[in-house]
Design a protein around this ligand. Structure first.
Ligand code: IDP
Ligand code: MG
Length: 152
């Protein structure tokens, strides 16, 4: 059970619908720790960098427009297997296929407005955290507390 970090974005629709607190709560309730948090108005360049793997796909321009149309809330979670765990809390990319009980399964309808981003691998997490946060903005919990919270 490695202690990992992952990058979460509560995207424009989450902010517009007042769901940021609900989204944060779902991760906190699962036991993951918020170690960095900010409200950001992304530039088009930042959005394109973040979603670089999707450049050239038919939905790319709309995706950039979606995540730059208002401020979003970016946060970094830390915890045991948090990359996979956060993806489970978020649910499938297409909300219609997302399990009830997941964020997308409970609050979203369409793939183009699916509320949340979560890193999909350790490499993606490291790359994406570096786009949105400076290392000095991440305040890790003390190691003693981390091991007390997560008994293996
Ligand atoms: P993920 O967010 O579950 O990791 P990805 O496949 O990485 O899903 O896609 C990134 C984002 O691009 C999705 O969350 C969604 O906002 C958007 N997206 C993906 N596929 C489509 C599509 O077919 N139409 C519109 N938007 C899409
Ligand atoms: Mg993805």
């Amino acid at each position: 059970m490695p202690i990992e970090r992952t990058l979460i974005l509560a995207k424009a629709d989450a902010v517009a619908r007042g769901l940021v607190g609900e989204i944060l709560t779902r991760f906190e309730r699962r036991g993951f720790t918020v170690i960095g948090l900010k409200l950001v108005q992304p530039t088009s360049a930042t959005a394109k960098r973040h979603y670089a793997e999707h450049e050239g796909k038919p939905f790319f321009d709309g995706l950039v427009e979606y995540i730059t149309c208002s401020p979003l809330v970016a946060f970094v979670l830390e915890g045991s297997d948090v990359i996979e765990g956060a993806r489970a809390v978020i649910g499938a990319t297409n909300p219609i296929k997302a399990a009830p009980g997941s964020i997308r399964g409970d609050f979203a309808q369409t793939i183009g407005r699916n509320l949340v981003h979560g890193s999909d691998s350790a490499d993606s997490a490291a790359r994406e955290i570096g786009i949105w946060f400076d290392e000095s903005e991440l305040l890790a919990r003390p190691p003693a507390l981390a091991s007390w919270l997560i008994a293996s």
